[in-house]
Write a protein that binds this ligand. Structure first.
Ligand code: ATP
Ligand code: MG
Length: 426
């Protein structure tokens, strides 16, 4: 009978990954891990929540992430706590806290984690979403930028995604950006009436952010705004040029998009995005860039850094759109049908032996009769089945049926695990 208590549903913008679909997640996680590890990144596991100040200082007060999207609350000790909206500031916090920059450089770390942003939920935009992120510290030159982008390209290739375009830009450095800020301010001041309230507020504090505003009238004005590329200093210009050459050297196709600024304040010089070329609003699968000022801003010695974040929900969406193949979910290697009593006990012992050999064995836990057990074995796609009745118990052996073609073979149960392994173990 249905319970009369009201059911509780998942929170807006959160998603369950159910047992039948988790193999897809496990597949991409494993593919991504193995790819970034080939470039020498090791996993860092970070706390889910941090001091709010880490993000307000690290990501920037005038960004959408900090200004509008953070899950912030006071804990019982009255500390201001925030659920991580991203992974870069937290990684910097951790490497500083544990003195990793004193060791051999570069320091490289990756994470696969959930992030939390209070956004309007829609396709490809959740409140709890998942990211692969990589970060590298200590390397100032363009080779690090090229390698970082190459990691993202390798990840996408590994999971069979080809319909993405790499867009790159340089957003300058503290030497050349102030002049650009002035030019932006002058420009937006002429179009003040078309800006949203948030952007009016940003004008003095950080006019660059207006370029990233999602509000249509701001986006319209932003179209004709001055471009950073016309303000880059020689150093930034050279750096950018070498990044482009390095990408071409690796046969990684890129296009220059002078309007990319990225939604977080800490970027400098190279920024990039991998954008899905198919239809659909949330097309940015991966975004990253150089953040040379961040470590210092969070209390460390000046140390260059570069990384990216790749949205796993969006990656799966693009894979689906592109019909990138995902290996089928595993199925049981054998289902052992029992007929109660002693045969049930035997089935359980055989199943234990099969599992010890590293294979997946199933037997009945529902108290079902033989027929429904066989039906169930079929439904879950078991590769082999065995029916173990009184005769089989007495003989210590019985027929094993290969479900694919119905072929049967007589096998002694004490040798079943090895027999199966010969056929199924890789
Ligand atoms: P957008 O412009 O789409 O809001 P962003 O610039 O805020 O993206 P980043 O902070 O760079 O995104 O995060 C890196 C990646 O994480 C994005 O490219 C995207 O794939 C993914 N991502 C960001 N926000 C969300 C979200 N709310 N839901 C799902 N994925 C997200
Ligand atoms: Mg965003």
């Amino acid at each position: 009978m249905e319970s009369m208590a009201e059911k509780i549903t998942a929170q807006k913008g959160t998603k369950d990954v159910l047992p039948a679909e988790s193999y897809r997640w496990q597949y991409i996680e494993q593919a991504l891990r193995s790819t970034v590890e080939l470039f020498g990144y090791k996993e860092i596991r970070l706390p889910t929540f941090e001091a709010t100040e880490l993000f307000s200082r690290g990501v920037g007060e005038t960004t959408d992430v900090v200004g509008k999207e953070m899950y912030t609350f006071n804990d019982k000790g009255n500390r201001s706590i925030t659920l991580r909206p991203e992974g870069t500031a937290n990684t910097v916090r951790a490497i500083l806290e544990h003195g990793l920059l004193a060791e051999a450089l570069p320091v490289k770390a990756y994470y696969l984690q959930s992030c939390f942003r209070y956004e309007k939920p829609q396709s490809g935009r959740l409140r709890e979403f998942h990211q692969l992120g990589i970060e590298m510290f200590g390397a100032a030159g363009p080779d690090a930028d090229v390698q970082t982008i190459a990691v993202a390209a390798a990840c996408l290739k590994k999971v069979g995604v080809h319909s993405v375009r790499l867009e790159i830009n340089s957003i300058g450095c503290p030497n050349c950006r102030p002049a650009y800020h002035q030019a932006l301010k002058a420009y937006f001041n002429m179009h003040l009436d078309q800006l949203c309230d948030t952007c009016k507020d940003r004008l003095d504090r950080n006019p660059l952010r207006i370029l990233d505003c999602k509000c249509p009238s701001c986006a319209q004005v932003a179209k004709n705004a001055p471009l950073m590329r016309d303000f880059l200093c020689q150093d930034c210009r050279d750096h950018f040029e070498q990044v482009k050459q390095g990408l071409t050297n690796l046969s990684i196709e890129w296009v220059e998009n002078p309007t990319i600024v990225r939604g977080l304040d800490y970027y400098s010089k190279t920024v990039f995005e991998f954008v899905h070329t198919g239809a659909g609003a949330q097309g940015t699968v991966c975004g990253g860039g150089r953040y040379d000022g961040l470590v210092e801003q969070l209390g460390g010695k000046p140390t260059p850094g570069i990384g990216f974040g790749m949205g796993l929900e969006r990656l799966l969406m693009v894979m689906e759109a592109e019909q990138a193949p995902i290996p089928a979910d595993r199925v049981p290697d054998i289902y052992l049908c029992d007929m109660g009593g002693e045969s049930k006990m035997l089935c359980q012992r055989i199943a234990a032996a099969v599992r010890s050999a590293g294979l997946w064995a199933e037997c009945d836990v529902m108290g079902r009769g033989l027929k429904p057990q066989m039906k169930y074995a079929n439904k879950i796609g078991a590769k082999y089945t065995a029916v173990i009745g009184e005769n089989e118990v007495n003989a210590g052996a019985g027929k094993i049926k290969r479900m694919e073609d119905g072929a049967e073979e007589l096998v002694a149960y004490d040798q079943l695990a090895g027999w199966l392994c010969q056929r199924l173990c890789k």
